[in-house]
Design a protein around this ligand. Sequence first.
Ligand code: AMP
Length: 180
Amino acid sequence: MSETAEDFAAAIRTIPDYPKPGILFRDITTLLADAAVFRSAVDRLVDPFKTSGVDKVAGIEARGFILGGALAHQLQAGFVPIRKKGKLPHETIRIAYSLEYGLDEMEMHRDAVKPGERVLLTDDLIATGGTAEGAVKLLRELGADIVAACFVIDLPDLGGRRRLEALGVEVRTLVEFPGH
Ligand code: AMP
């Protein structure tokens, strides 16, 4: 559990101009493939919430699923997926959201969270915060009490953290990268 922000940064691969020119894609597959760093990242993300009574971890498709399953296991919580539209088989609620490179819609099962349940939201990275804001709104529509939102990576210049904090959501991240 001794990894620093520099260690996390070193474990993340940066791909210039992916998926569009001008984007520096922060690829966490290299972090996930490193047993010690992956474990440490999960431990560090859940650490402040071990005694917060988290009922469920909500993960945003797709990289949020990988982290979310591990976080839920550590917290002895359930896991619920927030998916791109058309993927969930049962009755859903849906929201449109903007992201750093495009527009999309996401869905949750209507019965995924019960009113008053305490939920920790997770994804690999927060940029503009559009994706996470959509997820917060979906969760709140179901009556969730959002404990916090946690991400491995923050791109602080894009303002996502402030956007979530303005919604009253605590934000935890492990490493920051300047710019896009
Ligand atoms: P945003 O809605 O702008 O906060 O964008 C966050 C979502 O887009 C997350 O699901 C990220 O995985 C993805 N994303 C945005 N920017 C990047 C980036 N520079 N590198 C990798 N993933 C990104």
